[in-house]
Design a protein around this ligand. Structure first.
Ligand SMILES: Nc1nc2c(c(=O)[nH]1)N[C@H]1C(S)=C(S)[C@@H](COP(=O)(O)O)O[C@H]1N2
Ligand SMILES: [Mo]
Length: 315
């Protein structure tokens, strides 16, 4: 299995069946397979399917994913407008090639890293897909990505680093929302270092075996599945390791409504709405309402990160 050259940052062609199989067949087939079974089946199926070189994460949900259409037409990406369909309409104009991520602060090897170089350093074992995202609504999205920890390990985290901060691109020429001060641009978010190093925290570069659609945060975005969606910052150009808690866009905007931790917690109501239930996108016109689970159902994996913390105060 080839890792593509550092100049070619597209994994898609050798990532899955999308290039050899109609998408519908590919999706069904992929959903039938789990873990090691996928690798074995791919090998047994002959050369075409042996191109499969990623696997479902053992941490992945087994829920049925939302459709590509749902995932790419109901988005939050204020750089392209505040409406849920604005990103699909306006994000096409964003150029994502070339793309570099500046990594700095408390790291051994700071610098501007070309996205191609970042991706070519990710091992095949680290390439994974998964996960379920939650807000007042929820979707199951088969992201393709790799653990943030893999990148942080490569640049070398210094002992004093306690937090990781992220910034989105600032480019008002291509991001019409940035021409108006709806938010204090650029969009910023942060994680505590142990949250950042958790294997569930990924940098995603695609979904459903395709390169990341612009409206979902091309070419590289964060996905933190046990937190509300706003933590998962899109189109990242800057990563800083810091000693202090970094600024976060929604917390800066409205600290009484949005905390730094942003863990999914059905017991903590948003001041303006209950967070006890969520609407599943796709289940009929208005979706179906289901009870929201603590940590979005990932409690077994992440609850230990918050042992001893009062999660109603640290929301
Ligand atoms: N740069 C940037 N990142 C962002 C946002 C944004 O407006 N700008 N919105 C956040 C919010 S509120 C949500 S719910 C998720 C939505 O991700 P999705 O559209 O891929 O579902 O992106 C998050 N990341
Ligand atoms: Mo959100």
């Amino acid at each position: 299995m080839q890792i593509r050259s550092s100049r070619d940052r597209r994994w898609t062609p050798d990532l899955g069946w999308s290039d050899v199989t109609p998408k519908s067949a590919w999706l069904n087939r992929r959903m039938l397979m789990a873990g090691a079974a996928a690798t074995a089946a791919a090998a047994a199926a002959g050369p075409a399917l042996a191109k499969l070189d990623y696997r479902p994460s053992p941490l992945s949900t087994d829920e049925t994913p939302n459709s590509f259409e749902e995932i790419t037409n109901y988005n939050n990406y204020y750089e392209f407008g505040t409406g849920k369909t604005d990103p699909a309409e306006n994000a096409g104009q964003l150029t994502t090639d070339p793309w570099a991520v500046e990594i700095g602060g408390l790291v051994e090897r700071p610098g501007s890293y070309d996205l191609g170089d970042i991706l070519s350093g990710v091992t095949l074992e680290e390439r994974i897909y998964r996960l379920r995202c939650v807000e007042a609504w929820s979707m199951v999205i088969p992201w393709i990505g790799f653990p943030l920890a893999s990148l942080l390990d490569r640049v070398g985290v210094q002992p004093g680093a306690k937090y990781v901060s992220f910034e989105t691109l600032t480019r008002p020429e291509e991001m019409p929302g940035q021409r108006i001060p709806i938010l204090d641009w650029p969009y910023r978010e942060g994680l505590r270092i142990d949250e950042a190093m958790h294997p569930l925290t990924i940098l995603a570069t695609g979904l459903y075996g395709e390169e990341m659609p612009n409206q979902n945060g091309a070419p590289i975005r964060l996905v933190v599945p046990w937190k509300y969606g706003f933590k998962s910052i899109k189109s990242i150009v800057k990563i800083d390791l810091t000693g202090d808690e970094p600024p976060a866009t929604w917390k800066m905007m409205q600290g009484s409504e949005y905390g730094f931790y942003a863990n999914v917690n059905p017991e903590v109501d948003h001041p303006r709405w209950s967070q006890a239930t969520e609407r599943k996108i796709g289940g009929g016109l208005f979706g179906s309402r289901v009870p929201t689970q603590m940590f979005n159902g990932y409690g077994d994996q992440v609850a230990a990160l918050y042992a001893g913390m009062d999660l109603a105060r640290n929301y």
